[in-house]
Design a protein. Structure first.
Length: 120
């Protein structure tokens, strides 16, 4: 099910390219910013309650190796790096996804609700 979801997100939103452009202010990171951000994204997708829960899942299971990579971040590292990613990059990525959702006619034209309301 996870591989099917990943293929959909990649096909519709070009998600891999959007995540690859994320950078933080670390000088020589051992773990890529994309791997750390994807770990946090997986926390929301798999409905884990905390960074510690997704950390234990990352280390216990091999099913996220293709997404995150062989070097997996700890919960503390994820929290630290999330604070170092500029909000402008995240806003730009979410704006692009919002635009693509509009082109796919996900939002209704009658009411201003959901993401369109917050992004306007």
């Amino acid at each position: 099910m996870m591989s099917r979801f990943c293929r959909y997100v990649q096909k519709v939103f070009d998600f891999g390219q959007r995540v690859r452009v994320l950078q933080d202010s670390r000088q020589r990171p051992r773990i890529r910013t994309a791997a750390i951000w994807l770990s946090g994204f997986l926390m929301f997708v798999t409905r884990r309650g905390s960074l510690n829960a997704i950390e234990s899942e990352l280390y216990r299971s091999k099913r996220f190796d293709r997404l995150v990579g062989s070097q997996k971040p700890s919960a503390d590292r994820m929290g630290d790096v999330f604070c170092l990613i500029p909000s402008g990059q995240l806003r730009s990525m979410l704006s692009g996804i919002n635009h693509q959702l509009g082109r796919n006619k996900v939002f209704s034209k009658e009411g201003r609700c959901g993401l369109r309301h917050w992004m306007a």
